[in-house]
Design a protein around this ligand. Sequence first.
Ligand code: FE2
Length: 297
Amino acid sequence: MPDDVFTAPLKRPAHVGEDWLEPKQTEYDSEDDRIWDDLFARQMEILPGRAATAFLEGLERLDLGAGGVPEFGELSESLNKLTGWSVVPVPMLIPDHIFFWHLANRRFPAGNFIRTRETFDYIQEPDVFHDVFGHVPMLTNPVFADYMQEYGRAGWRAMKHNRLKALGALYWYTVEFGLIMEGGKDLRAYGAGILSGPTEAVFSVEAKSPNRIMLNVDRVMRTDYVISDLQPTYFVIESFEDLYRKTVERDFETLYQKLPPSFTYANSAVIDVDNVVNVGTQEYLLRGGRGSSARPV
Ligand SMILES: [Fe+2]
């Protein structure tokens, strides 16, 4: 194993220990709490009929709309009773191996800071709204909760094989931007990157631009992804059991040996092996995407 695999490129801040956990969650002021409430209210206008049932149920069970930024201790107590997970505060960026280690122990590392009014509509770094509102409700689903733990375990194996990029693509196209076909007919979003913002929640399930393709792990792990714009392609699962089977029960050791070190497919590509739900027009992307006047259609 090359030495550099376990060398974090990030410098650990003096106030955090080896586990990178913040000693305590940030204390939020009343404006921070109002920002949470406004973000929450905006998403709730959009998500019914677009978010996965499991996500909406999770939101309700955890009472994330009780008012203000949730307190991680109380949140962890509720979550722990449901699936044995907890939510722990960390600095904005933590090393991959620490992130995997927390997931493997059913701890979800969440950022502390909350966006401001100036960055209300779009922030590139995940804040506490993205991490808690976007990710934590899905952890109330027992199968998804197990998937996340297995993902953490898989992280260590991917590092050993130097295939973190491929595993990162799997996280991207499932945990962050995954869609599910509920009851074989209703397309819904379960990815946190989709559910924590207003535009992609509509775009991902309704727009004509993006491709929607049934999840194929080998294919996804060879597919590039964009981090600063709406996705040209979404991958769809049949159910969370389907996601678990296709990933956790897959022989990753063999797969990693066959995977090239860099991505093979562009993020807008549709290829022969794809089980396609729909081929997108890519109109949004072709008109210039974010930063242009292209509408997310
Ligand atoms: Fe995220």
